[in-house]
Design a protein around this ligand. Structure first.
Ligand code: SF4
Length: 107
């Protein structure tokens, strides 16, 4: 699956192909796999519509945030987004504006 089948707001590299990652919740052990994105194996959003996580400007983020609230890797996801300065989309249950605010409060 590539981002190209989604509308332009969804980055091509948003997600590693779930087929490559294996079954959600069952992490494949790959020797030497220490990628920053290993947590995405357990990401709930990999099983849903990615466009909910990259809404059009002014679009609702409610559905995405509801999914994030039940996600086991919410902390890892948010840390990744903050560390990599992700500008778009919902990560770890927070919008871009909410992540900016969190960063300001932390500094
Ligand atoms: S916290 Fe939300 S955006 Fe992050 S991996 Fe989980 S479902 Fe996806």
């Amino acid at each position: 699956m590539t981002g190209s089948q989604y509308r332009s707001g969804v980055p091509d590299n948003w997600f590693v192909d779930p087929v490559q990652l294996g079954v959600p919740g069952v992490r494949r052990v790959v020797e030497g796999d220490d990628t920053q994105l290993a947590w995405q194996t357990d990401a709930l959003c990999s099983q849903t519509d990615p466009e909910a996580f990259f809404p059009e400007k002014g679009g609702s983020t409610r559905d995405a945030k509801r999914i994030c609230a039940s996600c086991d890797v919410r902390t890892e996801c948010l840390e990744y987004a903050l560390h990599n300065d992700e500008r778009f989309g919902i990560w770890g249950g927070l919008s871009e504006r909410e992540r900016r605010k969190l960063k300001r409060q932390a500094s």
